[in-house]
Design a protein around this ligand. Structure first.
Ligand SMILES: [Zn+2]
Length: 226
């Protein structure tokens, strides 16, 4: 059985369609934006299994920037306990250098989950060569419901409306805008401090390859000098 770890976010929602709508699992971590993710799940894939094994993980270990170290290993193990023979965990091109999102992680997690559970459990990711912009493009090409896509939740803040000031909001706004979609955020993305920050880093040449090109297009749309 395949299980997709669903977060209520844009990427894992698109993955659900991409993978032929497998069973979905959400692990409550007690992190600060959990309520809003649960709300997005109820609106998008309400049949998702909501698990509370890890309910203190975020509460205890969430860092200032919303990172929870080694989180993905905990998540895939819980999916394994639910009987998954294949666990889908969504990461995207350009962020696979983070330890628990790396190719090495997928190999090692497959090995450790299979060993511990005494049967084959493959830990895999569907979008190795797609950025968030590519994922949204794929979704739209299938003629799927845009309204539903916008019901997903990516923001790291605990506020109701997406904040427009966190890294997740930036990546989401860019993926939507480059595909001709708009979404209201608390701070409009063109006024957001974090976008200025990304712009500065991009200007300094910190983003190259496909990601750098996407950022160029995004800043062009915002009519910032590129
Ligand atoms: Zn945000």
């Amino acid at each position: 059985m395949d299980i997709l770890l669903y977060s209520g976010g844009l990427d894992s929602y698109i993955a659900w369609w991409y993978l032929g709508r497998p069973k979905t699992l959400y692990c409550r971590l007690g992190h600060k934006y959990e309520e809003w993710e649960l709300d997005a799940i109820r609106r998008t894939i309400p049949e998702t299994v909501i698990d509370d094994t890890l309910v203190n993980l975020g509460r205890k270990w969430e860092e200032e920037d919303a990172n929870i170290p080694a989180r993905n290993l905990f998540l895939v193990l819980v999916a394994g306990l639910y009987g998954a023979s294949r666990v889908w965990l969504v990461v995207q091109e350009g962020e696979m250098e983070i330890p628990d999102r790396s190719e090495k992680f997928f190999r090692m997690a497959t090995e450790v989950c299979s060993f511990l559970l005494g049967r084959e459990v493959v830990v895999d990711t569907p979008f190795r060569h797609m950025t968030k912009v590519d994922m949204v493009k794929w979704y739209l090409e299938q003629g799927l419901d845009v309204g539903k896509l916008l019901e997903t939740r990516s923001c790291y803040s605990s506020r109701g409306k997406p904040c427009g000031e966190c890294g997740a909001c930036f990546r989401r706004a860019m993926a939507l805008k480059l595909n001709g979609l708009e979404e209201e955020m608390e701070v409009p993305i063109e006024e957001s401090k974090i976008v200025r920050e990304y712009y500065r880093k991009w200007k300094e040449g910190k983003y190259t390859g496909k990601r750098g090109q996407e950022m160029r297009k995004f800043f062009e749309i915002l009519r910032w000098e590129v």
